[in-house]
Ligand binder design. Sequence first.
Ligand code: SF4
Ligand code: SF4
Length: 338
Amino acid sequence: MIKKTVSFSKKSINVFFHILTRCNLRCTHCYINPHEHGTQTLPIDVIENWLCAFMEKSRSANVIFLGGEPTMHPDLPRAVKRARAIGYKSITIDTNGFLFHDFLKKVSPSDIDFLSFSLDGATEETNDQIRGKGVYQTCIKGIKEAVSLGFHTSLIYTVSRTNIHELPLMPPLIEAMGIKRFFIQVIGMRGNSGKENAGDVQVSKKEWLEKIPEVALDTASRGIITTYPKVFLSPEETFECAGIVADNYFIFPNGRVYKCPLCEDFPIHGFSFVNNVLVKTPRINETDLFELTISEGCVMNKLIQPENLVYKKDGTSEHRIACCMLKEEIDPTAKNSR
Ligand code: SF4
Ligand code: SF4
């Protein structure tokens, strides 16, 4: 079993494609911001054109279809098949589990590398407090159906003060359901709900370090690849901004394309789709921020989540915050490959 920090690389591209912002749920931590991201459902021909924008590099590109709830888009199966035909290295769909439009009947396991479900509690009570009444049961049903049909599934758990106490209950649940990968996320203060709940729900450094690595290890010991954000850098670790050293694109229905997810609440996107062509936006934009070097680590964290920072008496910061895209991964299968 190998634990490693997944280093950034420009060799592979990640395309996070929000094909609509509409959703049937109203999760308390939702980062979708229709005011900044648009309210339209992208027509299938536009989705196909935008997927083609990465055609040259498609063999090294991973596409993740997102929403809102992407299965609310009636043409998602067609978009998935088009991405496969273009040659994307991997195709993932992030879903809340409702699987609209009989989605599982319109795609096959060979069309999709991972179907990624979101649960924010090990129990109905906690999950539904965050994601809405009845969501737990629907999501579990969706996972079971997907697994029984042979789809590879993963699970995303967004950790907050509301649900951190149930995180240790997740490894046996995930194992019992036959899920292959587990992604632990940290709650961010983005989108409209973030503004309402700011300060109440973010976990402290102590809480994070006490609980998350241990649960990740437990999950991995059950044969499940587990990933969680690095968040805090140790003094000897080098800070790197994914906006500079990685190749990520966060696409929204209004044509905005960001390189950094923390910038998404602001009109500072580095790229846009104009007439189906991906173009750079004029300065000043997010890319100007990536270049700034500060002792606290991530510039955007300091700008929008300064409460994450603690300063010593001499004014220097107690810890540096890693890029939000930097992950620790524990791969239980890596043992055999050595
Ligand atoms: S399922 Fe996703 S898009 Fe929908 S409300 Fe919840 S977090 Fe937002
Ligand atoms: S989260 Fe911070 S470090 Fe990461 S891409 Fe954005 S600005 Fe750069």
